[in-house]
Design a protein around this ligand. Structure first.
Ligand code: PGA
Length: 250
């Protein structure tokens, strides 16, 4: 399999517009020669500035969330059309912080994934088990449910536009990274799920990213694994030098 790795930064609720501009100006020259695709998921308020500054660069800008409806009385929400209109290219959906802090369920996430696809935004669809579920040996059952319900009613053709991120909840922001072996065994299971529920082409095409305490010291080992096609980086993406180091090791 020789698809391009995707190195995606997820800033979460960090950085003002000015801080965004400073970060991106500093990052651009450091990663010019990157062989991977570089994605940055920035706060809504930073999208426009980030998109303007990265025109004609190898950096792809997207959002961290959206609502599934196109418009209406949903105070505080942002639609896919709004994101598309300012030329955001992708959106993170089903992140564990959305699932656990904001109680988003599989069916809401599924409606968002379908809306993103329909609007021409690439979803980075996240799945992952909690520490308790792993200890109870429920990892595969939990992932299959999130996968099936989150990708319900998506065609074999449309699924080709999705990126999947495996983010074990116990490894997010905790400093605990899944070992490359643990991550690889889950990624290979996810690859099998794609094959079983979609087809061989989808299994071959879809990038499966690993997320959870990725840093310069572990990224190479993770990316060496056959079924790890990129990483989703939270904390370590907040400093442009550290993020550039991760990109340049990929
Ligand atoms: P982390 O976050 O790298 O800070 O663990 C990863 C994520 O939530 O995407």
């Amino acid at each position: 399999m020789n698809k391009k790795n995707i190195i995606a930064g997820n800033w979460k609720m960090n950085k003002t517009e000015n801080e965004t501009e400073e970060y991106i100006k500093n990052l651009i020259p450091l990663i010019e020669g990157s062989l991977s695709s570089v994605y940055l998921a920035v706060p809504f308020t930073s999208l426009k500035a980030a998109i303007n500054l990265t025109e004609n660069t190898n950096i792809i800008i997207g959002a961290q969330n959206m609502h599934d409806e196109t418009e209406g009385a949903f105070t505080g929400e942002i639609s896919a059309i709004m994101l598309k209109a300012i030329e955001a290219e992708f959106v993170i959906l089903g992140h564990s912080e959305r699932r656990h802090i904001f109680n988003e369920d599989n069916s809401f996430i599924n409606r968002k994934v379908r809306r993103a696809l329909k609007t021409g935004l690439q979803p980075i669809f996240c799945i992952g088990e909690t520490q308790k579920e792993r200890e109870e040996s429920k990892t595969e059952v939990v992932l299959e449910k999130q996968f099936l319900e989150g990708l319900k009613d998506i065609s074999k053709k449309d699924v080709l536009d999705i990126v999947i991120a495996y983010e074990p909840v116990w490894a997010i922001g905790t400093g605990k990274t899944a070992t490359a072996e643990i991550a690889e065994s889950v990624h290979s299971y996810i690859r099998k799920l794609i094959h079983k529920h979609f087809d061989a082409k989808a299994a071959d095409t879809i990038n499966i990213l690993y997320g959870g305490s990725v840093k310069p010291s572990n990224v190479e080992e993770l990316l060496k694994q056959e079924n790890i096609d990129g990483v989703l980086v939270g904390g370590a993406s907040l400093d442009y030098k550290i993020f550039a180091e991760i990109v340049n090791k990929s």
